[in-house]
Design a protein around this ligand. Structure first.
Ligand SMILES: C[S@@+](CC[C@H](N)C(=O)[O-])C[C@H]1O[C@@H](n2cnc3c(N)ncnc32)[C@H](O)[C@@H]1O
Length: 236
């Protein structure tokens, strides 16, 4: 098994070890009709479970990794809900869905690795007006803490690679341009300051944070509503 497969399977197991995460997602969606839910950069796709198993929604997961798609399909088959979920190999920056398709879109820790502006614009596009975006990010505080930890342990290579992420994120925040390596966007941190500016352009509004064992100030889970369609905003 590759290191990556081991990682996303560990995330699946960790989700099952913390049932309060399942309940917190249901609370976040309380009072909403959820018939279609999308997980962007889904890994094994565990975040879809409450919506598919409890709310009877159709779940869709996309990930750029074919390995993730294969694992997600197999995990959901074992859960007995393979007819109600679909997984596609697709980049977050060009989602293969029509506008306003989903009542809930989730993205757990994929944003740091993708083209932020394109991926958020795509998530807003496929989300229905009034729909909910559940977005878990890596805040600057997450990387600074890791950097200090690496420096204290004298892990110089590790510290250098974290420092590169902080530099890329700073460039991105100051210039609006996410640095790339070849065609791939470089990993960047997120802040509420930067996100709020992008959200305003996309007709998205932060309504709160999900409070559970998966959420803290370094890796918060933002609850965001699409207040109007991006198309309408563009035509104003
Ligand atoms: C940290 S993992 C999180 C996986 C899953 N969301 C979870 O919480 O377990 C980040 C995921 O984003 C995916 N990813 C990276 N770049 C992507 C892109 N451009 N488009 C779609 N998925 C991407 C990776 O393959 C990986 O599965």
């Amino acid at each position: 098994m590759s290191e990556y497969s081991g990682y996303i399977l560990a995330e699946w197991e960790n989700y099952h070890a913390h049932p309060e995460r399942f309940q917190a997602s249901l609370r976040a969606a309380a009072g909403r009709e959820v018939s279609r839910v999308l997980d962007v950069g889904c890994g094994a796709g565990q975040e879809l479970l409450p919506f598919v198993q409890r709310l009877g929604a159709r779940g869709v997961g996309v990930d750029v990794s074919p390995e993730a798609v294969e694992i997600a399909r197999s995990q959901f088959a074992k859960e007995g809900c393979d007819g109600r979920v679909e997984f596609y190999c697709s980049p977050a920056e060009t989602l293969p869905f029509t506008n306003n398709t989903f009542e809930v879109v989730m993205c757990r820790l994929a944003l740091p690795y993708v083209g932020n502006a394109q991926a958020l614009s795509e998530m807003a596009r496929v989300l229905r007006p009034g729909g909910l975006l559940i977005l878990k990010i890596h805040h600057l505080r997450y990387y600074s803490r890791r950097l200090w930890a690496a420096l204290r342990r004298a892990e110089i290579r590790n510290a250098a690679s974290i420092a590169r992420i902080i530099i890329s994120g700073t460039v991105y925040h100051l210039t609006g341009r996410q640095p790339t390596r070849g065609l791939k966007p470089r990993e960047v941190f997120q802040t509420r300051w930067k996100l709020n500016r992008m959200f305003a352009r996309l007709g998205l509004d932060v309504r709160g944070e999900l409070q559970n064992s998966d959420s803290n100030a370094r890796t918060p889970v933002l609850l965001i509503e699409k207040v109007t369609s991006a198309g309408m905003l563009r035509s104003l």
